[in-house]
Design a binder for this molecule. Structure first.
Ligand code: ATP
Ligand code: MG
Length: 801
């Protein structure tokens, strides 16, 4: 029986109700923080499913993090139950990986492609910069990587760039060569970098209309959360997907890219319906190419779009909201939004100035304990900072004070050298074309295969038109002495053994444990673990533990994905992002950067390091729009709090072996003084006479500390020492490793129960059943003599008879 919609719509305000129930080609929901944008999107999906207006498979919802995707899926399932299965709810990157895995063969890649994280691309670019002697032209790997990424986000490539660059400038010429070479190397390695995942999917859709049409027909409802942080490539992807499948209906974008809305097109033929939600005040990824115009020009791009504004905030108390409104009001160029709450004023914001970051951290720890005693669970508290390096002082004090915590963005784990090595071993099995991975493990552990031998192997491979990995299979031909020959043969044997476990040549579906089992074989039989165990370096002990943990991750994966392959595992690892904590410990305080905090909410929030040069960050000063983006970031931070907000800073901050004097952030000034209750203001610290410094005197002169006087009291020259601040970590830096698969391809071999098949090893048999879909279709076969087997149809050496 069809369920009603009453429970779905209960409690919604009239604007939210409209956002959930409006039906039409395009809907834009713009609203400030905490006004229910994400909730509305979730209910809208549930409502479509409940009313049978869409099959789950017709829905594509895009969230900013995997964690947000998981939560949205869970929530929809709570609302509509089983009916929710088959929806695509994922990040842009995950959705594109899924599409590319299916379609990569259309344009010269295989399904087993690797995903290069930022570190992998950097390594490749570093090599190319060296080869092209580009440093002589002032091109550093970091600058080249940044420029390539930016161009890719704008859907430009080396050729297009060359057309408008000043090619008489040698530095430009070298850059273009580097860019083109980088792309060739990726293709050769059967790899996509992070930007390519989006950009190449767009390319795929444009170059192969039939492929695009498949997805256009499939997805009838596309919904995007955090639309203000989409970049041009993501915008183009959405556009490609929302067009009518060509041939089905006149293309409304046909002339000059502007959509001509045709109300008479019948719904079955029209393009997908698009719903986007966002808040320009929370656009914080401009440095990564996010383009706020995607939201501000939505109505131009989709004429006839309905626009819904939400104004009631359901998250925070009025004091917190008033502070947020006051801060963001200082940005120019924005539409003023009036957010209000009916939760009452609530507690005042608590301010604190520590002598040092340790003092500040101690305040945070003490406050957390007192909130805890007042009934707030640890899991409802979060501590934010601007840069990752700020977490260290907090961690030290938390450990000493026994405050349980977890760091969001725990993907640091995947950046550890030993984990990257283990991943490279897996990639060498799954995507042997990935030369970088194979080279990485060539001499790990030390096998006496040095640079000279490595180069010789590479040359041999090139001369014989085989891959680096294939060269390892003919150690006798490489011209090495017996020792190196034996070492190579041993590595080759280990890789082969692991391949047989994870991707058996028989095509038989490997057991769920195969990824972990293969990993154990790789790490132990290669001698990698033994080498660490034999070492006296205490660090190596920790490395062994980390590898144990990694094997445990693989075992967990098997439990959660009984039919998951090594490719699935590597994909999952590659797409772990900032907000995805490794262990979901609910009984701990969450620590994260303000970027990671987007979309989340907690009863109690601590925004730490509210200092000039941190927030706004020093590097933002030179960027156009930088300080405004920093203000939005701060706005994101404070609007995460439901009931308790703490703003803290330190007078001095020790970083990278240097102590610098910190100044209160200008954003503190922008909050009406009456909203903050200073537990210890810079003024107090002053009067206690604890510190003598130029900055303190400057501050004294300005009388900072809750007073409402104005003036440029913070206009003190930037202090030395901050130069050494690490560059901002971007979410991209943390998208870890790489991914893969090896598949021999049976194409779309159609099998049905009752069919007779022949397998090269198992002989003849009868198909009992076929389960799964796409690349994961599995045939359950009863062989005449070999018994019952489950076979991955795509890769099994079988034919119909
Ligand atoms: P952000 O801009 O931070 O992403 P948002 O606009 O997506 O915020 P949500 O996270 O969807 O806001 O909602 C904020 C909080 O308000 C959530 O706890 C949500 O459950 C609650 N909420 C939203 N709408 C209502 C409502 N009509 N009644 C009660 N609570 C609501
Ligand atoms: Mg949201």
């Amino acid at each position: 029986a069809e369920q009603g919609q009453d429970d779905l719509l209960a409690g919604l305000n009239p604007q939210q109700l409209e956002a959930v129930t409006y039906r039409g080609p395009a809907l834009l929901i713009v609203a400030g923080a905490g006004s229910g944008k994400t909730s509305v999107l979730t209910r809208r999906i549930a409502s479509l499913l409940r009313a049978r207006e869409a099959w789950p498979s017709q829905i594509l919802a895009i969230t900013f993090t995997n964690k947000a995707a998981g939560e949205m899926r869970e929530r929809v399932e709570q609302l509509v139950g089983e009916a929710a299965r088959g929806m695509w709810i994922s990040t842009f990157h995950s959705a594109c990986v899924r599409i590319l895995r299916r379609e990569a063969e259309q344009f010269g890649f295989t399904k087993s492609f690797t995903i290069y994280d930022s570190g992998d691309s950097r390594a490749l670019i570093k090599r190319l910069v060296k080869e092209h002697e580009a440093d002589a032209y002032g091109l550093t790997p970091a600058s080249v990587q940044g420029r390539i990424s930016k161009l890719k986000n704008e859907l430009s490539d080396a050729e297009a760039y060359a057309r408008q660059a000043n090619m008489s400038d040698p530095a430009e010429r070298i850059f273009v060569e580097l860019f083109a070479d980088y792309q060739r190397q990726l293709q050769k390695a059967n790899a996509f970098d992070f930007d390519d995942l989006i950009g190449q999917t767009v390319y795929l859709f444009r170059a192969f209309p039939e492929v695009a049409n498949t997805y256009r027909r499939r997805f009838r409802h596309i919904l995007v959360d955090e639309y203000q942080d989409t970049n041009h490539a993501q915008y183009a992807l959405i556009h490609e997907l929302t067009r009518p499948a060509s041939g089905d209906a006149p293309d409304p974008y046909a002339s000059n890219g502007m959509m001509i809305f045709e109300p008479e097109t019948t719904p079955e033929l029209a393009g997908a319906s698009l719903t986007v939600v966002g808040d320009s005040d929370q656009s914080i990824y401009a440095f990564r190419g996010a383009d706020i115009r995607n939201i501000s020009e939505f109505e131009r791009d989709f004429p006839g779009a309905r626009v819904v504004l939400l104004e009631q905030n359901y998250r925070s108390t009025q004091n917190i909201l008033s502070a947020a409104n006051a801060v963001i009001g200082n940005n120019f160029d924005r539409k003023d939004k009036k957010l209000w709450s009916d939760k009452g004023d609530g507690d005042k914001i608590i301010g604190f100035t520590g002598y040092s970051q340790h003092d500040e951290a101690q305040f945070v720890a003490d406050e957390i304990e007192s909130l805890r005693r007042a009934g707030y669970p640890y899991s409802e508290m979060a501590v934010f900072y601007r840069t990752n390096s700020q977490s260290r002082a907090l961690e030290e004090i938390f450990i000493r004070s026994a405050v349980p915590y977890k760091i969001m963005g725990g993907t640091k784990f995947y950046e550890r050298a030993e984990i990257k090595d283990a991943l490279a071993y897996l990639v060498a099995v799954a995507n042997p074309a990935d030369e970088m991975a194979v080279r990485r493990i060539l001499n790990k552990p030390r096998r006496g295969i040095g640079d000279v031998s490595e180069t010789a192997i590479a040359r041999f491979a090139e001369e014989h038109g085989i891959t680096f990995r294939q060269a390892l299979s003919v150690p006798g031909e490489l011209g090495f002495g017996p020792k190196i020959q034996a070492a190579i043969a041993q590595l080759d044997a280990v890789l082969a053994e692991a391949t047989e476990i994870m991707l058996p040549a028989s095509g038989e579906l490997p057991p769920p444990s195969s990824v972990a089992d293969g990993l154990v074989v790789l790490l132990s039989k290669s001698g990698y673990l033994d080498a660490l165990r034999a070492s006296r370096d205490p660090q190596d002990e920790a490395r062994v533990e980390n590898l144990d943990e990694f094997v445990a991750v693989a075992r967990d994966f098997a439990r959660n994905n009984p039919e998951g392959t090594i490719v699935d595992f590597l994909t999952e690892v590659a797409l772990v992002s900032d907000a995805d904590d490794l262990d979901d410990e609910s009984g701990s305080v969450s620590l994260m950067t303000m970027h990671t905090a987007k979309g989340l909410e907690y009863d109690a929030v601590f925004v730490t390091g509210v200092e000039e040069d941190l927030i706004p960050h020093r590097i933002s000063a030179g960027e156009p729009g930088g300080p405004q983006e920093e203000r939005r970031l701060f706005y994101v931070g404070i609007t995460r709090a439901r009931k308790r907000l703490h703003l803290s800073l330190a007078m001095t901050r020790a970083q990278f072996g240097e102590v610098t004097v910190a100044m209160p952030s200008r954003f503190l000034q922008e909050i009406p003084a009456g909203l903050i209750d200073w537990r210890q203001s810079p003024g107090d610290v002053n009067s206690r006479g604890g510190m003598q410094s130029r900055a303190l005197n400057a501050r004294r002169a300005g009388g900072f500390g809750g007073s409402a006087s104005s003036g440029d009291r913070f206009a003190v020259k930037p202090l030395p020492g901050r130069d050494q601040l690490k560059p901002l970590s971007t979410a991209m830096d943390k998208f870890p490793n790489r991914v893969t698969a090896k598949m021999r391809d049976n194409g779309d071999l159609e099998l049905a129960p009752g069919d007779r098949i022949r397998h090269t090893d198992f002989g003849d048999g009868r198909v009992d059943a076929v389960t799964g879909e796409g690349a994961k279709r599995i045939a359950h076969v009863r062989f005449d003599s070999a018994g019952q087997k489950k076979l991955l149809i795509k890769v099994a050496p079988i034919e119909k008879i």
